[in-house]
Design a protein around this ligand. Structure first.
Ligand SMILES: *Cc1c(COP(=O)(O)O)cnc(C)c1O
Length: 232
């Protein structure tokens, strides 16, 4: 299976699942999660029409972004930072990325706002919600969401676009759906606060189906596109 085959297969699945639940497949964006994978594989994905990529590690992400800026300045790619973000690394993220999906405290939002270069458009951000209430996971508690959203909306160099979650892994579709449905409710509530909110980022290789049924409009897929990751 090539990267192109994998991408085609995922688009096919998205179409099928969305159609089954009477959702429009074109409204579900596919983010290709390329962490730990070399630029050669990202190039394969680009050849197959993919333009949005997610990276978890600042240094690795910046190297890849710089590579494409230098070697393929004609391509218009979109880079999402989806890993945990430490304050001391926020500057590079503000300078290089188009989106940050893991905002979970005002301090990091304030720093990104100050560090976003003024010649660039505002940095698109998502608030990460700790929807399964796991101590080990980052993300804010649902009850703290409205306050943080209002604080972020006041920052001129950030544009709040919505919410992101990584629920606890569950093997069964019904169990996976519980957290995703809660997220969809929070998303609808946030949309009432701000009509610019248009992004609900949830669903990965193993729980994409439940996320689509629950109303996601951005799935973040790594393994099913690029194969298993190897860490050393
Ligand atoms: C790694 C990662 C993904 C992709 O996970 P797969 O199971 O490989 O599809 C999605 N979102 C986040 C935040 C990740 O860290």
């Amino acid at each position: 299976m090539t990267i192109k085959d994998n991408l085609q297969h995922i688009h096919h699945m998205i179409n099928e699942i969305a159609t089954q639940c009477e959702r429009s497949p074109n409204l579900i964006k596919l983010l290709a999660v390329s962490k730990t994978k070399p630029v050669s594989l990202i190039e394969d994905a680009i050849q197959a029409g993919q333009t949005c990529f997610g990276e978890n590690y600042v240094q690795e992400g910046v190297e890849k972004i710089t590579h494409f800026q230098q070697h393929h300045p004609d391509l218009s790619l979109e880079w999402h930072f989806i890993g945990p973000l430490q304050s001391n690394k926020s500057k590079l993220v503000a300078q290089y990325f188009d989106w940050v999906q893991t905002i979970d405290r005002l301090k990091i939002a304030t720093r990104l706002n100050e560090q976003r270069p003024s010649h660039l458009s505002p940095l698109n951000v998502l608030i990460q919600v700790n929807i399964s209430d796991e101590e080990s996971k980052s993300g804010i508690q649902p009850e703290d969401l409205t306050l943080l959203a209002q604080q972020i909306m006041a920052l001129p160099h950030l544009k709040l676009r919505g919410l992101m979650a990584i629920p606890k892994a569950e093997s069964d579709l019904d169990l996976q759906s519980i957290a995703f449905k809660k997220m969809y409710q929070l998303y609808q509530k946030l949309q009432q606060l701000n009509p610019d909110i248009d992004t609900l980022s949830m669903g990965m290789s193993d729980d994409m189906k439940a996320a689509i049924i629950a109303g996601t409009n951005m799935v973040r897929i790594g393994t099913a596109i690029f194969g298993a990751r190897q860490y050393n």
